[in-house]
Design a protein around this ligand. Structure first.
Ligand SMILES: [Zn+2]
Length: 151
């Protein structure tokens, strides 16, 4: 499997959205769509309901699930989910249980500090990959580069 290439402009779009959610103490969530070439070409922000701090959670609504399906072209795939946390970037038990995408090799990016972490690019984010039905953290530098690249 080749690395998912994510244009910096798409990450900027995600950062702006997450920072905006953060202004009201809320997390945000979105999906990264890629074509058959493995290049991400669209950030899809589904309708969502967020609960602000101190609880801080975000849920894609029923409408949001339709949004995600409707946005998908015949050759597109959701290669990664991406969501923000108020603090540090990690996969919470809720994130592990979230069935947003579950295909082998799917990626999950967690952005720290209400999106501000993306100002430093993906290095500040947690990246997980779906392997044999589980989300596995990708911490080793070389392995991360083999899975995801911002250009
Ligand atoms: Zn989370």
């Amino acid at each position: 499997m080749s690395a998912l290439v994510i244009p910096v402009s798409l990450l900027d779009e995600a950062r702006v959205f997450f920072e905006d959610c953060g202004t009201t103490g809320c997390e945000g969530t979105a999906m990264i769509m890629a074509g058959p070439d493995g290049v991400a070409h669209r950030l899809v922000i589904p309708d969502q309901r967020a609960t602000p701090l101190p609880y801080c959670s975000v849920e894609v609504t029923r409408q949001g699930k339709f949004d995600l399906l409707a946005a998908l072209g015949p050759k597109d795939v959701y290669a990664s989910r991406i969501h923000s946390h108020p603090g540090l970037a990690f996969h919470s038990p809720t994130d592990d249980a979230n069935p947003a995408i579950t295909h082998e090799g799917a990626l999950s990016i967690v952005v720290p500090f209400f999106g501000l972490g993306l100002r430093r690019g993906l290095d500040s984010c947690a990246v997980l990959v779906r392997r044999r039905g589980e989300w596995v953290s990708v911490n080793v530098e070389g392995e991360r580069e083999s899975l995801i690249a911002a250009r």
